[in-house]
Design a protein around this ligand. Sequence first.
Ligand code: ATP
Ligand code: MG
Length: 402
Amino acid sequence: MATPATQQTAMHVLRRLRQAGYCAYFAGGSVRDRLMKCRTHDYDIATDATPKQVKQLFGHVLLVGAQFGVAVVVHKKETVEVATFRTDATYTDGRRPDAVTFATPREDALRRDFTINGMFYDPVSREVIDYVGGQRDIERGLIRTIGSPDARFAEDYLRMMRAVRFAVRFGFTLEPATRRAIKTYAARVVGVSGERICDELTKMLALPSAAEALVMLTDTGLAAHVLPARFAVGWDGAVARVAALAKHKDTTLMLMGLLGDMPAASANKRLRHWGASNALRDGVAVAHSHWNAWRTLADAPLCTFKRMMASEHFGRLRTLWRLLEARETGATRQSRRIARRAGGIDPRQVAPDPFITGGDLLAMGLTEGPALGTILNALYDAQLNEELSSRRAALAMARKLI
Ligand code: ATP
Ligand code: MG
């Protein structure tokens, strides 16, 4: 598996481009992060070499985005995006430009979303190349579109969510005209694909200040369109839960806390629209089914308790329950009882292989059908309850049940 490039690898790629006579800079996020003394997680390079020319220089190059002017150089199992300076032509689907035209560095800066994201850095001369006033906006702590916010958001309404994410991530404010435009066009975010929205929202929820992102989505009018059903009912409680859960740095847990108390069909519809993974959808569904389980679980039958423990989301559920209980009762008595009970159960006994299978029951003369499932369940419950200690005992019970 390839990972995003370290600075060292990105430098290697940049030097190689320059040795071949091309112009090459670091671009976008890594320049911003350097100026802000933040850790950067990937280095993008901008160059006047075309993807084909990049391909000729390096041993391993992926050309998946070549029609958009992007080549991915793979070096030492690290990937560096090398993008040709370009302008984006019109956006008919509000997502990808219909065509790109290779252009000057200045034009390439002007197509980018926000001033703080629109700079280049020359790591050899250690110069920042700033056509858009990005340095000034970093000093002032402002998220400002490059050029007219109305026009820039109309090209791609996802940028409204990106503005909120960068503002919250860096503790910046939205420059007034940028903010006004977002308020004006917030409803247009519904035209953005669910996958892109989900991606942005997930990145927001991964921030330590995730709850502030939800508050800013509220203030800008975006929340009502990004999460309409959630926003209509129980929004403030959901934001409070996200605030309390953010320190766990677990997106699935965050979405369980954000959506778990909504009607299951409504939450699931939204997650499907986003193209969310099965694991994530499953987490939210489990949170929904067991939202109130903290009230009774410590005293539930052992088989019920073990079935709950066997869920891959059990740890998350416990975190969520602790929070829900503390909010309702001001204490965590039940949650501590649940923890004690879980701690006392032998991990090998949580989900043991069943003594009896469907095949056994069929061999005993039972036919396929709902009765078979019911009997299997009863046998497994008895096993989990530690009422059966062997396959022999289970077979005897099966005979009695049949
Ligand atoms: P992050 O640290 O979140 O990855 P980033 O700035 O690297 O931040 P990316 O989404 O990786 O953000 O995009 C890289 C660069 O591409 C941005 O800095 C910006 O210049 C440009 N960019 C990305 N998405 C858009 C967009 N929707 N519209 C215009 N420019 C964009
Ligand atoms: Mg990036």
